[in-house]
Design a protein around this ligand. Structure first.
Ligand SMILES: [Zn+2]
Length: 238
């Protein structure tokens, strides 16, 4: 397999919530895209592993990703240890993505910032020729960090206005997380989906506003951005 773009995050639904629109947009542009969930989200308060697996597969269809898998690393105890790094390196050698999206390296949830470091170090290891690991050495060319939840200024924002509806459907696939079971009273769980929908719309509007479009998703890159054509640069200045 040879992917153009791979998004890697700690829990099923992290990718949908942080960069689902971008994944869909790239798939619609003809790129081969994929998602790797580091854990199965087995420590989540709601939904068992099998339910979450089915929900993740349904969400992947909304986002038109070609490949999705879970590495089954321990939820809530994600660690950038040797075993986990090799698991990431192995999947990088198998999927050979040119570009990888990771979570931003600072976060409230320890799994989220650990996923960032684990993803980076796994990508690095994958390229080492003398590493004792099956598969051809391979290193992605580009790493983007999704900053949807980090209060940092993004390096760039992707316009996801056309993808917003479908991204919402992908997020809604996670019924066990955000929707109450049938017949349940209107409790805290019911509020979760309303609040989430509102929050996701607000965030996407906020970042969209930054580039003068309706909805956007933010990213940071550690390198500088290179520009070929200054005349064709988007985003109005005045
Ligand atoms: Zn998460």
């Amino acid at each position: 397999m040879k992917l153009d773009l791979l998004a890697m995050a700690a829990h099923p639904d992290d990718v949908e919530l942080s960069c689902g629109g971008t994944m869909l947009k790239m798939a619609e542009a003809g790129y081969a895209t994929g998602i790797v969930d580091l854990t199965r989200g087995e420590m989540g308060t709601r939904g068992d592993v099998e339910t979450r697996r089915r929900e993740a597969a349904a969400a992947a269809r909304w986002l038109r990703v070609r490949h999705r898998e879970s590495l089954g690393l321990p939820d809530a105890h994600l660690a950038a240890d040797q075993r986990s790094k090799l698991a990431v390196a192995r999947v990088i050698r198998t999927l050979r993505p040119r570009c990888v999206i990771l979570p931003y390296w600072e976060a409230r949830h320890p799994d989220h910032y650990t996923a960032s470091r684990l993803g980076y170090e796994g990508c690095f290891l994958a390229g080492l020729k003398r590493l004792q690991l099956e598969g051809e050495p391979y290193r992605p060319f580009k790493i983007l960090y999704s900053t949807a939840y980090a209060r940092v200024r993004p390096t760039f924002v992707v316009d996801i206005t056309k993808q917003f509806e479908r991204r919402s459907k992908a997020i809604a696939s996670y019924g066990s997380q955000f929707r109450p079971p049938a017949g349940a009273r209107k409790t805290k769980v019911h509020l979760a989906i309303d609040r989430l929908t509102e929050e996701m719309e607000l965030l996407a509007r906020y970042y969209g506003e930054m580039i003068g479009v309706q909805y956007g998703e933010p990213f940071v890159v550690k390198e500088l951005m290179q520009v070929e054509d200054v005349v064709a640069l988007p985003v109005r200045s005045i």
